[in-house]
Design a protein around this ligand. Structure first.
Ligand code: PRX
Length: 657
């Protein structure tokens, strides 16, 4: 990249190429210098078994492992097994083992509800609640291997429910509360969940959102035998006697004594549904020990966790970020996490800054879309609050544009806090590429360098390495402990989706380039996955939702660059013959998508077309539609024009097959 600023709209690239921020000088950082990082990285590359084995000794084990990893580089999907023969329990690692010393009385969870109510749970209290919930689930017939669906607002019971399941070896599948009943039903069906844990609802922008009602629509005819309901908003709910149980009845009366069993290192810990290119969302399966090793270690390395930290990751537990950096990673380290139930702009758009001031948050981890929204709401909002407790800021979920990065650094971090832009995925389980605070000089817009043990590259379609600054595919070249093990119930799809595209590698689905310092610049997805406000959606899934409406003959969905959300959803729809294509229909169809998937999938724009452009073999010409949707040139400052066209070329090389 020339960095000469000659092209209008290229200001983002110019910024990112010319400014490098030295790491904050910090004597206490875990990895205190670039030399220390390099030494650690090289060591992990030379001796991965030794490196991961050392990381794993940080966990509590009922039985040690016989072998660090078994995998087959020549098999269609590596099929790695980690910490072979080892036995452990994820909940014991996150809770019980902190009870032996002074952490027993340390706050594990600081909770603030949207109405302003607060609750603090020490590790001892969390332990009691998790044990009671585990006993209550056992009484409802849950045993190791049974799936439990969790459909909850961001309240302490959500974390307690996850840990209770982990304690029993019952894999959880958390479904984001913003998903509609249809989407919940799909996930229940696919995981064959036996129990659903939910709440009557949660508070969002002053309203009591209904959750139980969606569960009532999703459960009939499924494998679900029991529904456990936390009373949060006290709204009235329908009740199915025998099936439904109030949390406060079954959990509060349960014994607080529970002896946890140790499970195999590879025992399933959770599945989490995420969108792929084709078909229904896929259940990404993570197992116990490997996942926890990476979640715990990356929390310490990337967030430089300290005992006195107040760690606030704003992600909902319905996403992988909430799994790894609200629940498992921080709690395995004995850290204090802040949990917030509601919207960032309720009652006022400075709610987050108020909360940082009130709780003296030290570490704040959020998504670029949120940062861009905060920018719009104005500098005076953060300026009104004392944010001096902050010492580290993180970003995740989508590419962060340099302008947002700079704003975050100046207005929130007071030019004092390092920013960690962390690249990873539901599939990777934990952070793969990120600066280490105190070690890595940062460049706004780059996730910088891989963590030790993560062998990352940018390659061409044939697997050969790209030249510096040449756009290519982001791949990982060796298994790592927290990698997904399979797609639940569809191992073939797992092989095909991640291992068949680029020989000998795990292919992430992202386009990227590596600059001459080896820094990775992630550009975005090259498949039919779109990233709207940090939420990952499949264009195909939205198309199926549209086509399921009786008025629709055909639909095609594409993403177009959006200043706020990164990408916005544009739908092209051909109505059935005789149906009038008007604004009223457009409104109905957009709402139909909300009912099928959830508000997060509502098309920003819906255009009617008499026919969709197709190739001779009948494939929809998405490139053309993307061009139409964006206007002839890319809009917005979230992606450079240059990156946009590189991405388009990379995407095309998939579409042509
Ligand atoms: O495209 C990348 C983008 O989010 C995708 C993964 O989405 P999901 O599985 O929902 O997990 C999100 C939270 C880990 C990736 O394929 N992505 C995530 N982090 C970044 C990113 N893109 C650019 N920069 C990031 N830091």
């Amino acid at each position: 990249m020339s960095g000469d600023g000659a092209h209008g709209g290229r200001i983002t690239s110019v910024l990112s190429e010319t400014r490098t921020f030295p790491p904050a000088h910090d004597h206490h950082a875990r990895v205190g210098s670039m030399d220390a990082y390099r030494a650690m990285y090289d060591r992990a590359e030379r001796d991965p078994d030794g490196y991961w084995s050392e990381a794993a000794t940080e966990l509590w084990w009922a039985r040690g492992w016989d072998k660090v990893v078994e995998w087959n580089p020549d098999a269609p999907s590596w099929d790695a097994t980690w910490f072979v023969g080892g036995k452990t329990n994820a909940a014991v690692n996150c809770v019980d083992r902190h009870l032996a010393g002074w952490r027993r009385n340390k706050a594990a969870i600081l909770f603030e509800g949207e109405p302003g109510d607060t609750r603090i749970l020490t590790y001892a209290e969390l332990h009691r609640e998790v044990c009671k919930a585990a006993n209550a689930l056992t009484a409802l017939g849950v045993t190791a291997g049974d799936f439990v669906a969790i459909y909850m607002p961001m309240i302490p019971e959500a974390v307690i429910a996850m840990l209770a399941c982990a304690r029993l070896g019952a894999p959880h599948t958390v479904v984001f509360g913003g998903f509609a009943s249809e989407a919940l039903a799909d996930r229940i069906r696919d995981s064959k969940a036996k129990v659903v844990i939910t709440a009557d609802g949660g508070w969002r922008r002053g309203h009591a959102i209904a959750l139980k009602d969606n569960v009532d629509h999703a459960v009939p005819g499924s494998t679900v035998q029991h529904v456990v309901v936390v009373k949060r908003t006290a709204q009235s709910v329908a009740w199915h006697t025998g099936r439904d149980h109030w949390w406060h009845d079954v959990v509060d009366s349960a014994s607080a004594k529970h002896t946890a069993q140790a499970f195999d290192a590879e025992h399933p810990l959770f599945s989490l549904y995420t969108s792929g290119t084709t078909g229904k969302p896929k259940g990404i399966l993570h197992t116990t020990a490997g996942y926890l090793v990476n979640a715990m270690q990356s929390s310490r390395l990337v967030f430089d966790l300290r005992e006195e930290d107040i760690f606030w990751c704003t992600a909902d537990i319905g996403w992988v970020t909430g799994h790894s950096y609200v629940t498992y990673g921080p709690l395995a380290n004995g850290a204090t996490v802040l949990l917030y139930e509601g919207a960032p702009n309720h009652p006022e758009p400075d709610r987050f800054w108020q909360m940082i001031e009130r709780w003296r948050v030290t570490t704040f981890y959020t998504a670029p879309t949120a940062i861009r929204a905060f920018m719009r709401w104005g500098d005076e909002l953060p300026a009104k609050h004392d944010l001096s407790s902050l010492r580290l800021l993180g970003s995740v979920g989508e590419p962060i544009n340099p302008e947002a990065w700079m704003w975050y650094r100046e207005k929130i971090g007071g030019n004092r806090c390092p920013i960690v832009d962390t690249w990873w995925q539901t599939e990777t389980g934990s952070i793969v590429i990120s600066p280490l605070p105190g070690a890595t000089p940062t460049k706004p817009g780059s996730a910088t360098l891989p963590l030790p043990g993560m062998i990352v590259d940018v390659v061409k379609r044939d697997g050969s390495r790209c030249a510096d600054n040449e756009g290519g595919f982001l791949v990982i070249k060796r298994p790592w402990p927290s990698m997904l093990r399979t797609i639940w119930g569809d191992h073939e799809r797992f092989e095909k989706a991640y291992f068949s595209e680029i020989p000998g590698t795990y292919f992430a689905g992202d386009g990227a380039r590596r600059d001459s310092d080896g820094y990775i610049w992630v550009m975005g997805r090259v498949d039919d996955v779109i990233n709207v406000a940090g939420h990952r959606l499949s264009t195909m899934e939205i198309e199926s939702a549209l086509v399921s409406h009786p008025s629709v003959a055909e639909a095609a969905v594409v993403g177009r660059p959006d200043d706020l959300k990164g990408q916005a959803i544009v739908a092209f729809v051909t109505p059935k013959r005789g149906i009038t294509a008007d604004d009223a229909l457009a409104k109905v169809l957009r709402q139909h998508v909300v009912e099928q998937i959830g508000a997060l999938a509502r098309p920003e724009e819906l255009r009617f077309a008499e026919a969709l452009p197709k190739t001779r073999s009948g494939k929809i010409m998405r490139r053309l539609l993307r061009e139409v949707a964006s206007g002839s040139k890319a809009r917005g400052d979230t992606t450079t024009l240059e990156d946009q066209s590189v991405l388009e070329t990379l995407a095309q090389s998939f579409a042509e097959e």
